[in-house]
Design a protein around this ligand. Sequence first.
Ligand SMILES: [Zn+2]
Length: 437
Amino acid sequence: MVLYTPGSTTNYDSSPVEKGKLRYHFLGGGEEVGNVGCILEDSSGTRLQIDYGFVPKKPPTYPEEGPPVSDVILTHSHIDHVGLAPWVVASHGAKLHCTELTAAVLEMIWRDTYKVSSIEGQPLPWDKRDLEEALDQIVTHSFDEWVDHGEWKWRFLPAGHIPGAAMVEIQFGDRNLLWSGDIDTRSSPCVIGAKAIQSDILFLESTYAGRNQPDRESEIQRFINRVVEVVERGGTCLIPSFANGRGQDMLSHLWESNLDLDVHYDGMGKRILNHYLDHPDYIRDSEKFRKIKRWARLVSSKSDRKKAIDADVIVTTSGMLDGGPAHWYLNRLRHDQRNAILLTGYQAEGSGGRQILDSSRLKIFGKLVDINLEVDQFSFSNHADHSLLVKFAKDVDASEVILFHGNQDDGQELLKKELESEEMVVHQPDNCRSYII
Ligand SMILES: [Zn+2]
């Protein structure tokens, strides 16, 4: 199904930009989490797009159609940042720039997205031919490598968040800007945290504006204690985790605990772990993850899956219990109350995990069933929280800050006020509108 008719629906203002100014226009992700896509252009006529993703909800949500661009920078391989990139290639013949690891994972994400949308009959504005074309248009770059683009030059810098994730520094005219992408300034088992650089303008993600997260070490301890409790009573812990970063983090926490645990790993995260290991420069400790890969039992067949039912721990997708092997396991584990579900992060409105938390029920394979198991929720986010965002912005020392990838709610207001008290001018852009800075 074609959702977009190229050139007919964008609100992008293509008129020349005044000398010395920069225009930015969020196609999506300006006033929301996800759907990220932004066009940047200055008076030299140099134009770039950063990210183009959608949110795979039911039904999915999409950003606005973009104007013609020759180049798109993809910050990292999460679907809400890259899911629509094949459309830009098909419509405008754009090149896609990302890190090597992002490129490897991207291909999996796109193929999986295509498969899921075909099975579920969800509309997707690109087809298989566009996907193949998009793969041919990818150009990879290492961190710190300067790339010329029109009158500008730009480079990737490590963003923390997930392996391969990048921030983008762009030098234009006599100014520079820093695009945070999704960032975490804390190090995780998979990646080293992002470091600030001085910039005139900062585009700052604000997923966790107004919210702080628990201390990571004590959260890991609380998680491990819970696992021990469940295993000691003869139960199995089901640990739903995102495939890209979170699952591998969880395996690392379990491995680091030095407990004698029988841990099984299922879902798309196994293949992503292989990509991490094929690109060791992008992960914090590849040797450790090689050991973890040998230590965990990787589920690769139906009989493996049956064996996993008696494991101490099953780490698998999907992270919000919206499907994936987690449903298959839960359908069997739900009959024994010694078992437990340990959620590893935020459960969005409308997700399976949210449904279980609210009503102890879940739709599995088309049937609404009772889930009378203990459910515990942990906060293992890979985004910088409120206080870390403030610290990061102060370190960047920008005079102008544009908040995006967040909800324009009280939390973002709080972040805005705090940054304003540090003499920064703070913007909260709407989607589908052009701004001059
Ligand atoms: Zn992300």
